[in-house]
Design a protein around this ligand. Structure first.
Ligand SMILES: Cc1ncc(COP(=O)(O)O)c(C=O)c1O
Length: 390
């Protein structure tokens, strides 16, 4: 049996997805397909490295060393053709905490910060919680995909005196892996108006066959110096509970400012197990990752085909990256609230509410495909049977 077919019971592990679903959904028999973590075990070398480290028995203060920096450098080079200097790396417990530090370090109260909606909800929080001005460039729906409204992108920057842009690449939830041309146009506009780019590339490794992730910082030296990129092995290898991520900042002055901000907030260490897992995953996890991306491609195709064939008024947005599927239920005729209720009470599947992602999320739900095929088929069957009865 493939490691991606193995069903592991996650209940009773304090899992947000499996044990906390009751906070969000009512009913006993809800199949959770929401939070962005996977129901797959991490690669065996990662499990071995963590066990070995645990057996050592002493868990004192620990810092990443040259071997860890070089492991990251090699990973970015091999997987994304990005040649970084190890001096550019900073460590952080997570991408969300990094975004908080970045907003604090590089913007002031009431400064405009641009995001592209619908988008991962903590992007809204980081702006609002710091009293920055939320500026949105809504993505344009184009049949079963999305594209960028560049005129609006620039107009919003100019008219709101935007200081920072939080890019999501690949994009959660619309599943786009932005092309080099799209990234170049956004970067050129940011350079023109001196907007610093916070590039959240946490989904960079989850790229479905036929697409290529381009780190925006690789486009030119000037763009590299205008960009701060957040990356992590936690989405890629299902390590979210271990909390380990890093930031790449090529501009020495910006790097210093960011590191100071971490210090000012009393942060700077990485969890031992996070560090151990990061290293093992990047050194020995590549074959697992290739198999994961192929599995996700087949899951995407399976769900798309069944929904499009068997359900009226349901449109699956074409997913190029991430393991998250953005689904348009607006053609079913249900109001957003009725759609959510129906999914919960009739289909008994727990999906993310499209409105959580802001403008453009009405009538949508997001489905997590990173589960064994058996679980996926159960979820699809529940949805198909329920929506056929509509
Ligand atoms: C775009 C994006 N950024 C950040 C995160 C969370 O990052 P972290 O767990 O490292 O804080 C997620 C998780 O779903 C995400 O989708």
């Amino acid at each position: 049996m493939s490691r991606f077919e193995e069903v592991t019971d996650r209940t009773g592990t304090r899992s947000v997805k499996w044990d906390r679903s009751k906070l969000l959904f009512t009913g006993e028999d809800i199949l959770p397909m929401w939070v962005a973590d996977m129901d797959f075990k991490s690669p065996q070398p990662v499990l071995d490295a963590i066990s070995e480290r645990a057996q050592h028995g002493i868990f004192g203060y620990t810092l990443p060393d040259d071997e860890v920096h070089t492991t990251i450098q090699n990973w970015l080079n091999r997987r994304h053709g990005w040649d970084i200097d190890t001096e550019w790396i900073s460590y952080s417990p997570g991408v969300v905490p990094s975004l908080y530090m970045m907003i604090q370090a590089f913007t002031e109260e009431n400064d405009g910060v641009l995001i592209q909606t619908p988008v991962y909800a903590p992007f809204f929080d980081v702006i609002k919680r710091h009293n920055r001005k939320l500026v949105t460039n809504e993505l344009k729906r184009n049949d079963t995909s999305y594209e960028i409204d560049f005129e609006d992108f620039e107009e919003k920057i100019v008219s709101n005196d935007v200081k920072a842009f939080i890019l999501c690449n690949p994009h959660n939830p619309v599943g786009r892996v932005w092309t080099e041309e799209e990234l170049q146009r956004m970067a050129d506009i940011c350079l023109k108006h001196d907007v610093v780019i916070f590039s959240d590339e946490i989904h960079a490794d989850i790229i479905l066959p036929g697409h290529k992730h381009v780190p925006i910082a690789t486009l030119s030296d000037r763009i590299n110096k205008q960009t701060i990129t957040c990356l992590s092995p936690t989405k890629t290898f299902n390590l979210a509970g271990l909390q380990a991520s890093y930031i790449v900042t090529a501009d020495a002055e910006k790097k210093k400012q960011l590191d100071e901000q971490f210090k000012n907030n009393g942060m700077g260490m990485l969890n031992i197990f996070g560090l151990t897992a990061l290293e093992a995953a990047y050194q020995h996890g590549e074959a697992w990752l290739e198999e994961l991306n192929e599995t996700l491609e087949s899951h995407r195709d399976y769900v798309t085909e069944r929904f499009h064939k068997e359900l009226e008024g349901v449109t699956v947005i074409r997913q190029e990256g991430t393991y998250l599927m953005w689904i348009d239920f607006s053609g079913t005729g249900l109001s957003h609230q009725k759609l959510k209720d129906y999914m919960e009470t009739e289909a008994r599947v727990g999906l993310n509410d499209g409105k959580w992602f802001g403008e453009g999320g009405e009538g949508f739900l997001r489905m997590n495909l990173a589960c064994p095929r058996k679980t996926l088929e159960d979820g699809v069957e529940r949805i198909v049977q329920a929506f056929k009865r509509l």
